[in-house]
Design a protein around this ligand. Sequence first.
Ligand code: HEC
Length: 120
Amino acid sequence: MRVLLIALCASLVSGFAAAEGEQTFGAHCARCHAPIEIKRRMLGDWLGRTAADLFSTTKQTMPGESPGSLSDDEYLAVVAYMLDLAGVNRPGDALSTTALTRISIIAQVRDEYQVSQRRI
Ligand code: HEC
């Protein structure tokens, strides 16, 4: 039983943000957004901005009809999910608001972009 609990906790810590985020997205965002559309937004308007900015903008404006209605943990998880959709590297552990300021959407995505430009 104890071993099972430890294993469960370990998987919860590493998988927390993305799995929670996918669920939160399904419950609160998917009625208006599709993952592919969010990915396009991340790789479009959101290039060059930080994950912290994404967190505060999402919290202040989303869900459309009831901004700010989710908990901070839910917003963190859904931000992690949106970053994952866009292929932006982030720490594997659960996100914190401090960690978000260190994640720049441009840094990783631009690398990918430059790589793809070089190939052409
Ligand atoms: C009732 C519909 C609705 C719901 C629910 C909703 N959104 Fe939105 N969202 C919108 C609309 C409409 C826009 C476009 C605003 C624009 O582009 O001007 C938008 C824009 C966004 C943007 C881009 C914001 C920007 O300034 O670039 C993000 C990110 C986003 N939504 C995330 C979410 C997340 C995460 C959730 C769930 C917690 C969510 N939305 C729930 C309608 C909704």
